[in-house]
Design a protein around this ligand. Structure first.
Ligand SMILES: NC(=O)c1ccc[n+]([C@@H]2O[C@H](COP(=O)([O-])OP(=O)(O)OC[C@H]3O[C@@H](n4cnc5c(N)ncnc54)[C@H](OP(=O)(O)O)[C@@H]3O)[C@@H](O)[C@H]2O)c1
Length: 262
């Protein structure tokens, strides 16, 4: 099947690692042009060079970031943005009563405000041209708060789902498809990296990192954590021509973890 992504101008945030890197790789393999965004320049530059993508190193939660990203994309690809993947995000292991105001604000700025500003910059122009795709990478924790991840993560991921639906409704009649995905546990650097979620839970539970990754993954109906490509493939379908009939969805990509018949 032709995904219809050839020459499409795409922005992927959180693109230097994990799910965002896998999404960028798949988009490039479909002939799309990709602007990869993350903060850390070294990893981003290396990833973009390997894929043949453009890159821009900045913190997407800064108020001016969205305008800078869209301007860079338009200038480097010589036209408007076709596809936006709001993927940048962060999680940590922290009890509800340990979370500070700063923790809540930081997660709000990253998961909600950064996604909102990028959609506000891109969706009207997509609508004017009659075609566009936005994928907001939320989380299964946005559908049901996680028992282990910080509640500021779950709550702002729920807000990101609501935000996604709001933009979907506003722009659906103009050819713009805004959707979200709600991944379950995937073995990205965010789980496997030094000091990341695997290590944080390891400290809390008093078991090794490998045992944490195995036992947390085993809690899902398919019995294992996902690979990042298993998430990225679904995101890229939603970026494509094939998603013409999908708007305002919040697709679970979680190995069956979300318990619902609807
Ligand atoms: N992996 C999972 O199990 C899982 C499950 C559900 C949902 N998700 C969601 O999927 C998305 C990707 O997760 P992942 O596990 O692939 O993450 P990851 O491996 O930790 O990678 C995160 C990416 O986002 C970038 N990033 C983080 N904060 C940023 C900021 N303020 N501005 C710009 N870029 C930023 C990171 O680069 P820099 O640090 O250099 O900026 C990196 O490229 C997140 O939204 C996450 O919440 C993941």
């Amino acid at each position: 099947m032709d995904l219809g992504l050839h020459d499409r101008a795409c922005i992927v945030t959180g693109a230097s690692k994990g799910i965002g890197l896998a999404v960028s790789r798949l988009l490039i393999s479909e002939g799309a042009r990709v602007l990869m965004v993350a903060r850390g320049e070294e990893a981003l530059r290396a990833a973009a060079a390997e894929l043949g993508a453009e890159w821009l190193a900045l913190d997407v939660s800064r108020p001016t970031a969205a305008a800078e990203i869209v301007a860079a994309c338009e200038q480097r690809f010589g036209g408007a943005v076709d596809v936006l993947v709001n993927n940048a995000g962060r999680a940590e292991i922290k009890d509800l009563d340990e979370l500070t105001d700063e923790d809540w604000q930081r997660d709000w700025d990253l998961h909600v405000m950064a996604s909102m500003r990028l959609m506000r910059e891109t969706c009207p122009k997509m609508a004017a041209r009659g075609w566009g795709r936005v994928v907001n990478v939320s989380s299964s924790s946005g559908k049901r708060p996680s028992g282990s991840l910080a509640m500021s993560y779950s709550v702002t991921k729920a807000a990101q789902l609501s935000l996604s639906r709001a933009f979907a409704d506003k722009y659906a009649a103009d050819g713009v498809r805004v959707n979200a995905i709600a991944p379950g546990m995937a073995l990205s650097e965010g789980w496997t990296g030094d000091g990341q979620l695997g290590d944080q839970l390891s400290t809390r539970l008093g078991i090794g990192r490998e045992e944490v990754l195995r036992s947390q993954g085993a809690r899902s109906p398919i019995g294992r954590a996902l690979e990042v490509d298993e998430i990225a493939r679904i995101a890229v379908v939603l970026c494509s021509e094939l998603a013409s009939g999908v708007a305002g969805a919040a697709w679970s990509v979680d190995g069956g973890t979300w318990v619902s018949i609807v």
